[in-house]
Design a protein. Structure first.
Lengths: 506, 435
């Protein structure tokens, strides 16, 4: 990179070079925020669970719910079936709760939020304050609805820092707040839905999350409402040796629609950090939810030092007829990814879609995919998964498609493609296909190949260097998934694809 | 919900504890005693599979691990004439016991054939390098304890060494006269450099059968295998085929499973020589609520420029269950691998089911690997087309079933064997008179 200036050739746009340089090298979000933090003691036990619950001012039923999850968790074993290897995690050598001191009394509005925190999000490209002000200026109802407005819930370590556009959303009847707030303000909704899609006993990490989740986002879209803007949560891990356990609950009532975005980053640290989240989505009759993630946790360095262990349970339950859900994920970060956003297609004619790009470079390991459980009649699902492996990374697609006996005329189409860059990495496909009725039709295709030499040659002939050429070919490979992303995300994802693969060629 | 690992281990030991007491290790010469004792020790460490095993997710091993076999009525156990028109060397086992009278002389140009029971009596034998050796190699990364049990306790089988081109196929016919025969047979096949041999098998080894075949295919050698498993409804059958392939060698295996409450066919291939070719195919005709069939394939590419191909077709009716677990593992350095796998099922009614786990595990970048799996009912358009041309509904359906299965049968290289299998399918579908 140092000699880049000298290497700029004639005809090459200076700006392009600057952009590439800006994006260049290592992880872009690896800095940390120097802020005074308050920690719960290290480790996890019933007292810590109670402490987290009391920090959030929770009612008794919530504390009990957590404690019974914790009890259950102690009986469970860490799953070992995924194709990932990592040193044993010492669950007692972590902080389960970390919050900026300045958040001790919850700010009533973003004006009261510690400027350091706001600056953190601004640096991450999420100017919370600015958005608020903008909202104030153009808050008038006649503002064009298709604008770039995105409401953000910003989560910093264990707490939600603030949520933008709440007032405007309220006008539409949409509730968008942190889950800790929802437990206090809307206990009837939380009680009804929390754990109804991912039960507290679901799996090792989800059960741990149920016991110790500290914050996260809550969305309720009332019947017939099309959410006036995209909602988003931005997760930032900052503190060292701290696990982040967030819980997201999204409820789309009858005939409603919401598009939800999730982003995440963490500082560059030598020790691995744990992230175990649970996302539950309930979709009632005729409602639709789009959930898009760009996962860019710190992936560890090229020798596999540090990085986030990302163990996530995400599940959507299409409860009503004609309910629709679409998961789109771009997984570029994390040292270890263990994540299977799933769809339960309970309602007749309900639909589930899963679009995924998983990129693993250097020492990264990703084991990710989806489950499509067809229970209702005439249910449809579609899976498009693109896995890219480079460096010494291992990338696994693991999925399940089940057609229950009652899922008459169920349809599934699955396409899993893997691309290998270099001869030190691995790409794996582990699908489970269970067809229990004959009117269901299931098609599964998977391919594994390397970057096509002819395509590379073509690009290089047109003056691209090898890395650019690979990035272009890979973007083409991912096209179907990138197209499913909301626009701003698609741009970011395209750049991420290029960045994540940097250094993998040659 | 998963099961605690310690608990699973205990269940496996419990399963072994119930099976082992009724087994006894046969006497034998030094080489085989060592192999059997080694297997017994390995088995002690593994235990036997239980229904909670991931590798037995879709097939309950209970019938294969119980102390005594479930009695199997003799219905349909009659000798299958599938290869009757083929020139062959016939070797007959009745309830697992070699029948010299019914068998041809064990003499064939280009091949040395003997019984395992005879080879085992010697203190030293060439089979030492294969017996239990390929089976052991096949235990990683997935354990197959029932094959290890076979190595420890099998008292007979065939030991075949092809040194040239075998003059005709060797046909192993399994017959049974007992409803409770519990048979363990172990075959060893060595195909020397440049040699070739064809092995045919018909029937089920016993009321309950556990067979292991270990095949070493040397450079430029060829091994062909075609079998039609017992049509007797109640027999329980487990087969393992372990093969290792040398440079430019060929391995082709085809299995027709016509019926049976329990069939599991495992095929574990290792391509260790460059430019080797391995094809495994299977056709299933399963009819009946209690019919359960499972093909479990594991192909390891550990050499350059090899080709592997898996083609499995399953027709399931009246509540039958078809299982396919197929894996292609391409090791680091196994560049230019061409791996292909297709598993398809045709579900003829609402109650039948198809359960599949087609896997790829790839550590080399310059490869072309793909797998496909489909499941569905008979194509209405195709059915309509035939019916519009005056073909009665039942026959139209049978013709479509035949066409579907034929895609797997086509994988058989020898035309006469291919035709023999197709003819048998036609007869079983009641189509033969019209064709």
């Amino acid at each position: 990179m140092a000699t880049l200036d000298e290497e700029i050739r004639e005809g090459v746009d200076r700006e392009t070079v600057e952009t590439v340089r800006a994006m260049g090298g290592a992880y872009k979000y690896g800095w940390d925020t120097d802020i005074e933090m308050e920690y719960a003691p290290k480790g996890v036990n019933p007292d810590i669970v109670r402490l987290i619950s009391s920090k959030n001012d929770e009612p008794e039923w919530m504390t009990e719910w957590r404690l019974s999850a914790f009890e259950r968790w102690q009986q469970m074993e860490e799953p070992d079936w995924a194709m990932v290897n990592y040193p044993e995690i010492d669950f007692q050598n972590q902080y389960y709760y970390a919050r900026p001191k300045s958040m001790e009394t919850k700010p009533k509005s973003l004006d009261e939020v510690d400027p350091k925190l706001l600056a953190t999000y601004e640096k991450l490209g999420i100017p919370l304050k600015e958005q608020m002000i903008l909202a104030g200026i153009e808050g008038a109802e006649d503002a064009p609805a298709e604008g770039r407005k995105v409401a953000v819930d910003a989560v910093f370590d264990s707490v939600s820092v603030g949520t933008t556009f709440q007032a405007e959303l309220k006008k539409a009847g949409v509730i968008f707040c942190s889950i800790s707030e929802a437990i206090k303000e809307h206990p009837e909704l939380v009680k009804k839905y929390l754990g109804s899609v991912v039960p507290a006993s679901d799996n090792f990490y989800a059960t741990l999350n149920s016991a110790v989740f500290s914050d996260g986002s809550f969305v309720y879209v009332p019947p017939g409402v099309r959410c006036p803007m995209e909602l988003s949560t931005y997760f930032r891990i900052n503190a060292e040796n701290t696990g982040q356990f967030e819980r997201t609950l999204i409820i789309a009532d009858k005939g409603s629609y919401v598009s939800y975005l999730e982003g995440c980053t963490a500082p560059q640290r030598d020790t691995a950090q744990l992230h175990a989240a649970v996302v539950e989505i309930i979709i009632e009759e005729d409602a639709e939810v789009k959930y898009s993630t760009v996962q860019n946790w710190f992936p560890g360095d090229e020798n596999g030092k540090g990085g986030i262990y990302n163990f996530v349970t995400k599940r959507a339950d299409c409860r009503g007829d004609r309910a629709k859900v679409m998961w789109t994920q771009v997984e570029t970060g994390s040292a270890v990814t263990w994540k299977y956003p799933s769809c339960i297609l309970r309602g007749n004619e309900s639909q589930g879609e899963f679009y995924s790009i998983a990129i693993a470079n250097n020492m990264q390991q990703a084991d990710t995919g989806t489950k499509m459980i067809h229970l209702g009649k005439d249910t449809k699902s579609r899976i498009v998964s693109k896995g890219i492996s480079a460096g010494k990374a291992q990338n696994t697609y693991r999925g399940q498609v089940t057609m229950h006996p009652k899922a008459k005329n169920g349809r599934n189409y699955t396409q899993c493609d893997s691309l290998l860059i270099g001869d030190q990495c691995g790409a794996h496909t582990v699908p489970y296909i269970e067809v229990r009725n004959n009117s269901a039709r299931v098609e599964h295709e998977a391919t594994t190949s390397k970057v096509d030499d002819d395509q590379l040659f073509y690009c290089r002939q047109r003056g691209m260097d090898e890395e650019e050429a690979v990035a272009l070919v890979v973007n083409g490979f991912c096209k179907e998934v990138l197209q499913a992303l909301p626009m701003e995300f698609a741009m970011e994802a395209q750049q991420l694809v290029a960045i994540s693969l940097e250094g993998s060629v040659g | 919900m998963g099961i605690a690992r310690a608990q699973l281990k205990q269940l496996k030991q419990d399963a072994l504890a119930q099976r082992q007491p009724v087994l006894s290790m046969p006497e034998g010469g030094e080489w085989i005693s060592a192999a059997r004792k080694d297997a017994a020790a390995r088995l002690d460490g593994m235990g036997l599979p239980t229904r909670r095993d991931e590798y037995w997710k879709y097939t309950r091993p209970d019938a294969l691990t119980s102390a005594e076999p479930v009695a199997a009525s003799m219905d349909g156990a009659a000798h299958s004439p599938v290869f009757d028109g083929i020139e062959q060397l016939k070797i007959v086992f009745v309830d697992g016991v070699f029948n010299a009278d019914a068998s041809d002389d064990l003499a064939l140009e280009g091949v040395e054939i003997s019984r395992l029971a005879d080879a085992a009596a010697a203190d030293i034998h060439w089979a030492k390098d294969i017996y239990g050796v390929l089976e052991t190699r096949g235990q990683t990364p997935v354990e197959r304890p029932l094959a290890t049990l076979n190595t420890a306790y099998a008292n007979d089988g065939l030991v075949i060494r092809a040194t040239g081109t075998a003059a005709k196929p060797i046909h192993v016919m399994y017959e049974r006269t007992s409803e409770t025969s519990d048979v363990i047979l172990h075959h060893v096949v060595k195909v020397e450099e440049g040699a070739s041999v064809t092995l045919l098998e018909t029937g089920a080894a016993g009321a309950r059968g556990n067979t292991v075949t270990e095949v070493s295919v040397a450079d430029k050698a060829a091994f062909h295998h075609v079998r039609s498993q017992g049509r007797d409804h109640n027999r329980q059958l487990l087969t393992h085929m372990f093969a290792q392939l040398g440079e430019e060698s060929t391995f082709k295996s085809f299995t027709l499973t016509p019926q049976g409450v329990m069939t599991r066919n495992e095929c574990i291939l290792e391509l260790t020589g460059d430019d080797a070719i391995a094809h495994v195919a299977g056709a299933l005709m399963a009819d009946g609520k209690d019919v359960h069939q499972d093909d479990t394939i594991f192909i390891t590419h550990d050499a350059v420029n090899c080709e592997s191909r898996q083609v499995f077709k399953k027709v399931l009716s009246n509540g039958a269950t078809g299982v396919f677990q197929g894996k292609i593992l391409v090791k680091q350095g196994a560049q230019k691998t061409d791996g292909y796998q297709i598993s398809q099922s045709l579900l003829l009614d609402e109650d039948s089911q198809f359960l599949a786990k087609p896997e790829l595990e790839i550590y080399a970048d310059d490869v072309a690997c793909s797998h496909g799996s489909t499941s569905g009912a008979i194509d209405d358009d195709a059915l309509y087309y035939l019916r519009a041309r005056g073909v009665p509904k039942r026959k139209a359906q049978d013709l479509l079933v035949l066409a579907f299965l034929a895609e797997a049968v086509d994988e058989i290289e020898a035309e006469d064997l291919r035709e023999a299998i197709l003819t048998r399918i036609r007869i079983w579908l009641d189509l033969e008179d019209d064709l």
